[in-house]
Design a protein around this ligand. Structure first.
Ligand code: CA
Length: 233
């Protein structure tokens, strides 16, 4: 699942991004309201975490735009003070929950999971699918041809990214930043190793082969069985 975090305090933002990534979510982090607003309007998210007090476009404004554009995603607010006014305003604008800073990460994670479960009943994008591969986003489960495939949290996130952007070649650098929240040196093979493991689980015993290597560019998941990098064992 993909989350948007808008938080202008650099440390808090990075902390949230890291924690949520480790919990298996894909996270886009914006350090200001303008970028956050832009991302909220142009990208697809399953949930947004918005700091209220932002120097430019504040959290209220972003929430208002999200709701006006008809996006029904859960929105969790981070507020610096526990004021009734803020709470009422947030609820009136369509916020789903709020947390008062400082908060424990475990609490935030629990709220996020609750909101996603609650939203799951109405959200249409509960499952991602390509060919006979299916991802159950709410339960973090993958299956192919009805057979359950056991994946680690990272493998699931990697697969989710590939399936969400099926047909698109994803450069290693993009995979590194989205799945590992890191910038890898170009000579590292962490991603290649992860892809190989994922392939062994979702492709080896099934047809058609879905994960394609695009030499010199990256990886993609696609229906066409035109792997240009046939494994030489
Ligand atoms: Ca702030």
């Amino acid at each position: 699942m993909k989350l948007l975090v808008v938080e202008d305090e650099i440390k808090t933002g990075e902390y949230l991004k890291q924690g949520l990534s480790e919990a298996g979510f894909m996270v886009d982090l914006a350090h200001n309201g303008l970028d956050g607003h832009h991302l909220a309007m142009t990208e697809q998210y399953d949930l947004a975490i918005l700091d209220v007090m932002l120097p430019d476009v504040d959290g209220w404004r972003i929430l208002k735009s999200i709701r006006e554009s008809g996006k029904d995603i859960p929105v969790l607010f981070l507020t610096a003070r526990d004021s009734i006014d803020d709470r009422v305003k947030g609820l009136e604008l369509g916020a789903d929950d709020y947390l008062v800073k400082p908060f424990a990460f475990a609490e935030l994670l629990a709220r996020v999971r609750t909101l996603l479960r609650r939203g799951a009943v109405t959200t249409t994008e509960l499952n991602l699918r390509i060919a006979n591969l299916e991802l159950d986003l709410a339960r973090h489960r993958a299956s192919r041809g009805g057979k359950r495939i056991h994946l680690t949290a990272k493998e699931f996130t990697l697969l989710e990214l590939l399936v969400r952007r099926q047909g698109e070649v994803l450069p290693r650098s993009l995979i590194a930043s989205q799945v590992w929240d890191m910038n890898f040196d170009s000579d590292t093979n962490v991603i290649d190793v992860a892809i190989r493991r994922l392939r062994a689980k979702i492709d080896d015993a099934f047809e058609p082969k879905l994960i394609q290597t695009v030499r010199g560019m990256g990886y993609m998941i696609d229906m066409a069985d035109t792997d240009t990098d046939a494994p030489s064992k």
